[in-house]
Design a protein around this ligand. Structure first.
Ligand SMILES: Cc1cc2nc3c(=O)[nH]c(=O)nc-3n(C[C@H](O)[C@H](O)[C@H](O)COP(=O)(O)OP(=O)(O)OC[C@H]3O[C@@H](n4cnc5c(N)ncnc54)[C@H](O)[C@@H]3O)c2cc1C
Length: 175
């Protein structure tokens, strides 16, 4: 109220019950008291409601926008909802987003989804690797053979050295 007063904006308290229109033109706002406030234009605070019906069955959380202007799907910074594996982007996640923010959030969500799928594949590969017998697990896999630079001194047949040779260094003679 103080801020409005400081900007020279008057406040009339009362419940608006209708508008007064003459000749297809707004001429005033009618209050419950019967008083008509002359107006040529009327601005109403909109509510923004994300269309989340598609996601409701998955159990995502829908929350009030921090400014109290509507509801949107609750996400982290990448668009991940409160349900694992479900991301949203655009106005579903931020009802105030314009086209640029909506498109950018789609890119962010896509990158996060890609990372999540890669992590899942890797976790499955690790689990499969651990499931094989220990001797086999210690052996180099066909997918990741030892590199020529590291294979010689990682071999159990090679005598232990006080320090590993520098990769690429020439062997030295002890005599
Ligand atoms: C009046 C108005 C003016 C705007 N002016 C600007 C502007 O000047 N500049 C700007 O940057 N932004 C503007 N915006 C905002 C802009 O429209 C949004 O930021 C942008 O469209 C968000 O993109 P989106 O993909 O998240 O959502 P949308 O563009 O709304 O796309 C969502 C799509 O999903 C569909 N959908 C929803 N539920 C389902 C379902 N269950 N099954 C199948 N399809 C479904 C919808 O039909 C829709 O086609 C304006 C918005 C409005 C309303």
């Amino acid at each position: 109220m103080e801020q409005l007063a400081a900007r020279g904006i008057g406040v009339i308290e009362g419940e608006v019950t209708g508008i007064q229109v003459t000749g297809d033109r707004l001429i005033g706002v009618r209050l419950r008291s019967g008083q008509v406030i002359p107006r040529r234009a009327l601005v109403i605070t909109p509510r923004f409601e994300a269309r989340h019906a598609l996601l409701d069955g998955l159990g995502v959380t829908v929350a009030e926008h921090p400014l109290g202007i509507g509801h949107q799907v609750r996400t982290d910074a990448t668009g991940l909802t409160t349900v694992a594996g479900v991301w949203v982007a655009g106005n579903a996640a931020d009802v105030t987003a314009g086209v640029m923010q909506a498109a950018a959030s789609g890119v962010t969500a896509a990158a996060a989804i890609n990372a999540d799928l890669t992590a899942e594949d890797t976790a499955a590969a690790v689990a499969a690797r651990r499931a094989v017998p220990t001797a086999d697990a210690a052996a180099p896999s066909a997918a990741f053979p030892p590199s020529p630079a590291t294979a010689p001194w990682s071999s159990p047949r090679r005598p232990a050295a006080s320090s590993p040779p520098t990769p690429g260094a020439r062997p030295t003679s002890s005599s």
